[in-house]
Design a protein around this ligand. Sequence first.
Ligand code: KG4
Ligand code: ZN
Length: 349
Amino acid sequence: MPDEPLVLGIETSCDETGIGIVRGTTLLADEVASSVAEHARFGGVVPEVASRAHLEAMLPTLDRACRSARVTLADIDAIAVTAGPGLAGALLVGTSAAQALAWAAEAPLYPVNHLAAHVAVDRLEHGPLPEPAVALLVSGGHTSLLLVGDIAEHVEPLGSTLDDAAGEAFDKVARLLGLGFPGGPEIDRIALDGNPTSVAFPRGLTAAKDRQHHRFDFSFSGLKTSVARWVEARRAAGDQVDVAAVAASFQEAVVDVLTAKAIDACQDLGVSDLMIGGGVAANSRLRALAADRCQRAGVRLRIPRPGLCTDNGAMVAALGSALVSAGIAPVGLGIEVDSSAPVDRVLLG
Ligand code: KG4
Ligand code: ZN
């Protein structure tokens, strides 16, 4: 619809420079420039390298997005930018660019929460989220179960990880198995050749005693340690480590807990829609097991396509568009970044 807002989204919280353009819930452009190759040899994202890469990629990526959406800056009705959580220096590049563009285009500015944007992106694929919905947010830095009303205003944490995020566990286990960075896609790929029942790795916080206090919380550091011990013991004994079998068994332990707790939350709260977002939602086994278990439980499942699960600008534009449509007032140009913004604050500033 032509009267829906045309929103530009800017994402720079980690190592992807993302620029997205949406009209309402229609995706018009989604351009991502990644600096992941520059971090690979360090086995993790180097903040200074990421900031510099954002600076270099910002204008070319913006240019590509405008061209592919066939719009100019003057057409933009609102600008949304990730203001947290994330790497402070990297966030600053995005918010500075957004401030300059908002001033130049005389467009209202919405500094938004990266985590809520991982949920809002599904609007672009499956339309507005039913209210309420349960969202399972699984990224490199966060793992949370959320009760989501109107995504513009209401995100309520039900539980979260007590230690490592799911993506972080994938990255650490990949590293100890000698796989590349980021580890999630590597484990996903190699696990296809392994038997997921080879090793019975622990399922964190699923014991009966954890039900009372940690029913919707997660813990992955014990699993990571368990994988490390298992591999060390084999190596010390001079045995060959079947990397595919370990990867598949580890991945199964993660996705088993994620899907079981997400569906338990839906059933406990009487909510019939589950949304899964964040980089780990690109995982093929998580997608398959969630689809299977949701169908059995009578829960409707929404997961954006893998390219919209990992960091991108479209998700920020999608959240910005939800804020504009909900009539939420923008903040002024003087915005600040919040590198540890809590998940329940959708609009930052
Ligand atoms: O959401 P995201 O792109 O960035 C953050 O907000 O953190 O998530 C990145 C995380 C990384 O830990 C990466 O290994 C993981 O998502 N990831 C995956 C897959 N693709 C990305 N984990 C498992 N399987 C995948 N296919
Ligand atoms: Zn993310």
